[in-house]
Design a protein around this ligand. Structure first.
Ligand SMILES: Nc1ncnc2c1ncn2[C@@H]1O[C@H](COP(=O)(O)OP(=O)(O)OP(=O)(O)O)[C@@H](O)[C@H]1O
Ligand SMILES: [Mg+2]
Length: 291
């Protein structure tokens, strides 16, 4: 397979998967590849000075799947996501989009503009990630301008609808929004480029419990409706067990084990470290005892 222009890739994938992922009103110019993409990470290593933040981490997330990363604070979870989207330097290893089915044209490679459009990150803290002096409209327009996308009005309205905020929120500033509404705007900013892979860094940890549940339900709904692939970091084992199919457990930059959500829920885990995370996660104890 060879790296090709996004146009060639879109054309080939469109021919293979007719209509999937498109919505009424999409124009060719505004439409991203209509098939699903997953992501594979091989031998990922991130080093800051002489500190190894992430060592030899590998995993593959199939198109449309939801993958969780858990571990104590400082274990390298956010760094893995940052390395995937090019915000942390790779000392070794590779990141590659993987397409459903077979094709002769490779999906866009990391560092390319199409890759940056297809793989979007939602940051840990909605308070810090939205510019306080920009309206929601401006926040949502910016990625469209960067990627030269013209149908701004339609995209902004659709993104706000997708996250359950109507057009009434369009000209508000972040301080005029609740925490949950702010995180919905952060999500709309990621969705506006019609990505295939969402990197979610603790998407609900800054929210109180009732709002957390709303945002998690919204995420689950969006994944299903838009055919997205999720890679989600969380401290909360109940959250990843509920939302993810497979889970990577990390400690001090290393992989401890990989476990399915079903095994985690049934406490079939191999490593003591994973057991100690389960014990530390009060929510997990509650969630698994009510199964
Ligand atoms: N830019 C950087 N320069 C130096 N060290 C860094 C940098 N970014 C992260 N680190 C270090 O890498 C380690 C992993 O950080 P990371 O943010 O990935 O942890 P985390 O698992 O996401 O933790 P938390 O759950 O608290 O968010 C930490 O020790 C952190 O101090
Ligand atoms: Mg983090």
């Amino acid at each position: 397979m060879s790296e090709a222009s996004p146009g060639a890739w879109v054309a080939e994938r469109s021919a293979q998967v007719k209509g999937g992922g498109r919505r009424p009103g999409d124009t060719e110019q505004s439409t991203l590849p209509p098939t699903r993409l997953g992501l594979e990470v091989k031998g990922l290593r991130v080093v800051y000075g002489d500190f190894v933040a992430v060592a030899d981490t590998s995993f593959r997330v199939e198109p449309g799947a939801s993958f969780g990363i858990v571990g104590e604070s400082g274990s390298g979870k956010s760094t893995v996501l940052r390395a995937i989207c090019g915000l942390a330097p790779l000392s070794a290893g590779s990141v590659q989009l993987v397409a459903a089915g077979t094709g002769t044209v490779a999906p866009p490679s990391p560092g390319s503009k199409p890759f940056r459009r297809l793989v979007q990150m939602v940051f840990q803290d909605p308070y810090g990630s939205l510019h306080p002096r920009q309206t929601v409209d401006r926040i949502l327009s910016e990625p469209l301008a960067i990627h030269g996308i013209k149908d701004e009005q339609t995209r902004i309205e659709r993104a706000l609808d997708d996250v359950g905020l109507g057009g009434g929120f369009r000209f508000r500033y972040p301080h005029q929004l609740s925490g949950g509404q702010r995180q919905r705007v952060a999500l709309a900013r990621a969705l506006i480029l019609q990505p295939q892979v969402l990197l979610l860094d603790e998407p609900t940890s800054a929210l109180d419990a009732s709002v957390q549940a709303e945002v998690l339900n919204l995420l689950e709904d969006l994944r299903e409706r838009l055919g997205l692939t999720f890679i989600m970091v969380s401290h909360d084992l109940a959250v990843v067990t509920h939302l993810c199919d497979d889970i990577l457990v990390m400690r001090r930059g290393q992989t401890v084990e990989r476990v399915s959500a079903a095994d985690l829920a049934a406490r079939r885990v191999q490593q003591d470290y994973t057991r100690s995370l389960m014990q530390a996660s009060g929510g997990f104890v509650r969630a698994s005892s009510t199964r």
